[in-house]
Design a protein around this ligand. Sequence first.
Ligand code: AMP
Ligand code: MG
Length: 323
Amino acid sequence: MPVQAVDPESLKEAGRLLKAGQLVVFPTETVYGLGANALDPAAVQRIFDAKGRPADNPLIVHVASIEAAKKLVSSWPPLADRFARAFWPGPLTLVLPRAPHVPDAVTAGLDSVAIRVPAHPVAQAVLRACGVPIAAPSANTSGRPSPTTAQHAESDFGDKVSLYLDGGPATVGVESTVVSVLGPDPVLLRLGAISREILEKMVPKWGKADGTGPALSPGTKHRHYAPQAKVRLVPAAQMATEWRQKGGDPKIAFIVSAETAAAGMAGRNVGIPGTRSDAEAWAHELFALLRKFDRKTEILVEPISEKGLGAAVMERLRKAAQS
Ligand code: AMP
Ligand code: MG
C-alpha cells in the first residue's frame, strides 16, 4: 500500500526513495507536501509533471535547520537571520539569494530560492532520513484545493507517488507565509500561516509587492485552491435566503459559521468549520470541506473576518471562487 503510517520503517523507506530521486508525500504543519530531492533536477521535474505545475512557478525548499538553509544561499542577510530565529522551525518561507548549485528547475530560473524549516516532527524526520534538502509544494494537482490529509494527496496522484506518509490531518491547514528578504525591507509575497500582524509587530517597515520591487511570487498569479464545484462567496446576511431556496438541493453545499448555522442550517451538505472569529478552525477545515463538496455544482461560502489567519483563509477562498 502506498499510504503508510509513520514508523521507523516507513521513514527509512521515505529517505531511501527521496535519495533515489522518487516522490514522497509527507505531512507538514501547513499542508501535505509532495517532496523530491531539491538538488536532483530530474527528481524536481517529476514534481512539475505529477502536479501539472506551470514551469514558471518555483518550489519551496525544505531543510532541517538554519545551518542547512545557509548552504543553499549566496548570502544570509541580517533580515533573514531575524526572521529565521523568530519563526523557524515553522510556517514561514524566506526568499533568499540563491547559491549556484541550486537547480534552475527548483527556482524556475530566478536568482532567488525560497526556503523554510518545517516544524512538523514527521517532516523533520523525513529530512533527517534522506539527508538532502527537499523541494516540496503542496501535494495536490495544480489548481486544486491543497491537501490536509494523506488521503487527499493520494486521491490526486494515485501511483504517481512512491510513498505517502500518513501523519494525520495537517495542523494549520493553509500554506506557509512567503517573505522576500532580498531587499532592504522585507516584502510579503504570500499571505499564510503566520499573519501579517505578527510579522509587522517584529518588523514595522515593509516593501511593496507591487511588481516594482524584488520578484513577485510567480505562483500567486495562477489558478488555485479550486474544487470542481463552483465556489461563491455569500455574505452571512444573505445566507438564510439562499438556504430557503437551495437548502433542499443535494447538488448545492454550504460552508457557514456556527452563528449562521444556528438559524437552522444542518445536514450532509452543510459544513461548519467554527465560529466567525475562529480563523484557526476555518484554516484547519477549509480545504477538506472544499474537497468533500468537490462534486457538487455549487458551494456557497460565508466570508470571515480578515484578522490574523482569516486574511489567508479569505485569500484562498477568493482564488477558489475566481475560476
Ligand atoms: P506552493 O509550494 O505551491 O505553496 O507555492 C510556493 C510559493 O512560493 C509560490 O507562490 C511561489 O511562487 C513562491 N516562491 C517560490 N520560490 C520563490 C522565489 N524564488 N521567489 C518568489 N516566490 C517564490
Ligand atoms: Mg500549492
